[in-house]
Structures are given as C-alpha cells and as structure tokens.
Design a protein. Structure first.
Lengths: 351, 351
C-alpha cells in the first residue's frame, strides 16, 4: 500500500478533548491545521461542540450571544416542520441554511512524536466577534520566519468569511481581521515570499453563477489581498468534478509547489489529491491528480459525524515522505505517511 | 417636488451610442460612473450590446472568444425548452444563469454643461481577459489626486468579480487586476485616505447563507484589500428589504460621508436612498434612509430594457445640491438635482 495510515489512528478522538464549558459535549475534533514549533508537532484542532441534549424531542443550537463573548442556546422542536434536520451539520429552512448544529472553536494539541497528542484543556481561539457568531473552523497554519499565521473560516449569519490570526508560541494568539469577505473558505498562505510578494490560495463560492473553485491572490503584507486570479476548477468527470478546495499549506518541492487538495464527485465522497504549481509563478498549474491518493476507506473515515470524508488542512515534509494529518468523517484526526513519489504518480500534466 | 429631474432626460439614450462593431446594436447605455475632468463632466457608460437578430426563432448570445480579444456569437433557438428566457437580461438553465443576453463594455461621454453629452465612437474599456468574457459593467469613478480610479464588475462564467483600472485623461486606461474575487459588486473607493488608509465599500453575495449586503474594507495602496467588516444590511420591512448595494462614490459632507445606495423591496422596484457614515470612522453608520429619495416614476424609469429601476453609480456635489446621474430601466442615463436637505430629510438615526 502506498499510503501508510498511522497504526494509532485516529490520533485525536472526540473523547480526548474536554468540552469548553459545562453542559456541552464534543461532536468532532477534526480538520486541524499543522505546524512544527520547537520540538513539538502542533495540531490546531477544529473542535465542534453542542449542548448535551436533555429531551429527545428537542434540538439544541449553540451560537455566540449577540452581546459577544458568551454562548447561548436555541431550543428547536425536532418535529417542527419548518426545519429540515436531514444534514447532521446544519438546520435548513426554506431550502437555505438557517443554523449550524454545532459551534466550533480552535484547540491546540501537542506531540513530541507526531503520533501521541496531548490536547489543551482550554480553547486557543474561541468565537468572540459578531463575524464568528456561528463558529471558527478549519484552520491552516503557515510558518513565516518565527511567526505562525492561522487562516480560518469565520462563520456567522452574514456568511463564511476568512479570518487571520498570528502566534509565536501557540499559547497566545492575535486576531488580524478578516482577510477575505464571504463566501470564501480553504485559504492557505504560501510559506515564503515569491518575487517579493506573499501569495494565498482561496476558494470563493459565488452565488449567481460560477462554481466553488480555487483562486490565487497576492499581498504585500499578509493582511491585504489583491490581483485575484482563477487558478484551477472542477474537473470534467474525475474524482474532483463536484467539489474542491485547497487542503494543506503549499509545500516546496523540486518539481514545484505541492498543494494537497480535497475533491469530491457526485457521490459526495471527499478524497485527497494534489496539484503542482510553478515555483516562481504559482498562478501556473503544472499538473494535478487524475485520481486521488487517499480515499475514505478506513472505518473511521467511512463512519462518523459526516461519513465518507478525508479532509486535510496540513502536512509536513519529512525527507521523501509527506506526513499528512487529516480530518476523518468530520469527527476525528488521522495521520498518514505518503511517499512523495506516490503522490507524483497520481499527477497528469496540465496543458 | 424636491427631486428635480433634468428636463432633457434621458441625457444619454441608446441611439446616441454607436455600436462597437458591425452587426451589433446597443440595448442600453446606463449605470455610468461620473467624474469631473478639467472643464468636462465625464460619464463612463456601461454600454450593453447584442447582435442584431436575423431570425425571429433564434436568440443570439455575444461573449468574448476563448482566445480573447474578439467577440463570438452563440445561436440558441428561442423554443429550446432547456433554456429560460423570461428575464430579458439572462438565459437560465436548470434554474442557474447560463449566459447573459448582452455583452457590456465601458464608453466615455463628455459634456461641458453636464446635460448635453457627446459619446465617444470607440469603447474606453472593452472586455479582453478571461475574467471579462461576459462583459464589464457598472463602473464607479473615484478621483484621488490627479488620477481617476475605476472599479467595475468583471463578469465571466467564473462569477462576478471586481476589476480596478486607472486613467488620468479618460482616453487611455490601465487595468490594475481584480481587487476582489467573486461574487462581489457595487464597489466604491473613498476619495481620500482616512487616518492613512484607503477605504472601499463592497457588496459580496454569499451562496450558502447570508444576503447581498454592504461591507467596508481597507487598503494601503488601493490594489490590496483587507480588514473586511460588515457595514449595513437589508432593512426589516422598508424600501430596501430585499436587495441593496452601494451606488455613488461617497461624498464628504458636514454630517458625514454621504453614500447614495440602491435598494429594492419584494416588488423588485429599484429605488435610491442614502446613508451617512462617520467621517473619521467610516465603518460606523450614523443614519440611513427610512424611505427612498428617488423612485422609478418617470416614463423612462418605469419602462425600458428592465423597467422600474433607478440605479446611480455616481453623483457630484454642487453647493447644497447633489447632481445625481443614474441609469433608468437598465437602458438610458438620466440626471436629477436633489437638494442635500431633501436627502437628509429621508434619514433616520442608526443606533
């Protein structure tokens, strides 16, 4: 098998994570950003929580209080015909998402060996702004010099925007504002300047027409972004024909910037593939995967809060191996060591 | 009547604008950006064109050739049941916009008296990039020093993004790239720096949840934008409860930044109202119109390519009067002189 899943998988499970407050339970600890800090491997987990249900006929919705800072709970009746509860992640009303069933924050987990993680008892970044009223999700971490920059989904009734924060030690974090407006997700900063400019991949979701596809932008300072250009779109009939978005922060290789990204076809299975971008001109796509290098096959990938999902937000290069951490089934964190050559073998040239 | 519509309205009609190429006709000359340049009033018109129909049973769709630079025409059969032609502006397929019925470019019209305009024979900015394949629309012009910056909708199958261009003379223009990714429209740059920073209003359109509402962003250089913040949203039940977006470039007044904006209620009539933003802290809304100061009432506003629309992209302050230019019925340009006090009289404090 080319992909070597870690024998200890899942490396973080929901029961490893203490809830942030009494009366809440952890539904998922997944889609973590990844960094190496000193001699530790850091996972910045997305922790999705919800109130412990007290009556079977009710659905409890957690969200930030309008005054900010605290969490309030809305009680819905599961039998209420106005609402559609069929997707475990959301409550819909008139065909539109009206609420999320969980509130996510970011939590640090630390490891010396990259396999056995200790999870912090307290959140690292908890929603506190109106733009975070429905949670903060799916972080990516990019080390630039001695600073770590965290991009994350800042979710509120106004849509999903892109937050930016920085830290040097994964103990204190500073928010740097919203770097992109709604609707946008899956944002990754490149780990170095290219010809003097910072670059980011992002995935806008237009409403009237157009699809959720990958774009690239430039910045002089990481906070302000411009020169947006379309990078790569859905494939015609392959594994990434229905959905796609950037996954791990780009990794410099001899062949180009290696971007691990997620895709799904009409069957809604989220798989991982890769793209290679030109080192000097990252808006140029050299190659992309004709088939995924990882599909949801293990039990913890097929079954969970939202089954059939492998979704990476971060990976580390160790020699000729990519150590990829990834969320499995929107519930737990897993790890796999993948020979770089096996990722290259999935690539087809883009012309 | 407080609003004094110009007796010469419409000040630019479709027949005043020569088509950009043989075999095409002009469907609309509307939604113009406005500037004062030397002793001339400039309108930067959105000119919407389409091929002259040759057979009644066909619909001809103009768009940029994939090779760029030239225009090609797609022929559809009006009886084709796959398509929905009920909205004059678009062709829909499976409930989604699949094509536009016209291709827009930007064209300069010049006037010494602000009323009688001479329209250039050649386009000022014509679509030429893949991100402009479906046209460029609805410009706003902001003079900063001796330069004029033009923001416009850059429309392609990838969605509606925001283009930026500059000129000093309205004869040659330089594109500065896409300043915001899809889906976003109605972008206005403030005419001066505030506490060292440039500001812009924009109107993202999120897909999954959230509404088309007004945001504000900051920039060090006009090209790169960050610190996005929600500014103001749809009202509960008033004239702007269904749609809204910035209109004219903010005008400095004693009471604050005056922003003329368009809104519509469920009846889909586009009206014009105003908001006042704090001069020193433009992310703070001081007041907004409880009722519109201009509604589509004149014949050329009620009837046209898409009737029942007044839509301003630019206005000039002349003493205590706002001279507002506006697109009427998605077809022609009109002008009205509105006493500043009459706009103020529509405002209600925001708390």
């Amino acid at each position: 098998m080319p992909v070597i899943r870690c024998e200890e998988n899942p490396v973080v499970r929901t029961q490893d994570v203490p809830p942030s407050r009494p009366g809440f339970r952890v539904l998922g600890a997944f889609n973590a950003g990844v960094a190496v800090c000193g001699d530790e491997t850091i996972l910045l987990l997305r922790v999705a929580e919800a109130p412990v249900p007290d009556r079977e006929e009710d659905v409890l919705i957690p969200l930030l209080s309008e005054s900010g800072g605290d969490v309030s709970v809305i009680r819905l009746m599961a039998a209420d015909a106005r609402y559609d509860f069929s997707d475990a992640r959301v409550v819909s009303e008139n065909g539109r998402i009206a609420m999320l069933t969980s509130l996510s924050h970011l939590r640090v987990a630390r490891s010396r060996d990259g396999v056995r993680f200790a999870v912090d008892r307290e959140p690292a970044l908890f929603p506190q702004l109106p733009s975070e009223a429905w949670g903060i999700e799916d972080p990516r971490i990019t080390q630039i010099g001695d600073r770590y920059y965290v991009t994350y989904s800042s979710v509120s009734p106004r849509g999903v925007a892109v937050g930016l924060a920085e830290t040097t030690d994964f103990r204190t974090f500073t928010r740097l504002g919203l770097m992109l407006p709604p609707e946008n997700k899956d944002v990754m900063l490149f780990p170095e300047r290219i010809d003097g400019k910072y670059y980011a991949l992002h995935r806008p979701v237009p409403k009237s027409f157009g699809a959720p596809e990958m774009w690239i932008a430039e910045s002089p300072d990481l906070a302000h972004w411009g020169n947006h250009r379309f990078l790569m779109g859905l494939s015609e009939q392959a594994w990434d024909s229905a959905r796609m978005g950037g996954g791990a922060v780009p990794i410099r290789t001899e062949r180009g910037w290696l971007v691990l990204y997620h895709g799904a076809d009409a069957s809604h299975r989220y798989c991982m593939g890769a793209a290679l971008l030109d080192l000097a001109e990252p808006s140029r796509v050299i190659a992309r995967s004709a088939r995924p290098f990882l599909e949801p096959e293990a039990d913890y990938e097929r079954n969970g809060f939202f089954g059939g999902v492998v979704f990476s937000c971060g990976a580390i290069r160790i020699g000729d191996t990519i150590r990829m951490y990834y969320g499995a089934a929107d519930e737990v964190m897993a790890m796999a060591d993948i020979p770089l050559q096996d990722i290259y073998d999935t690539l087809a040239d883009e012309t």
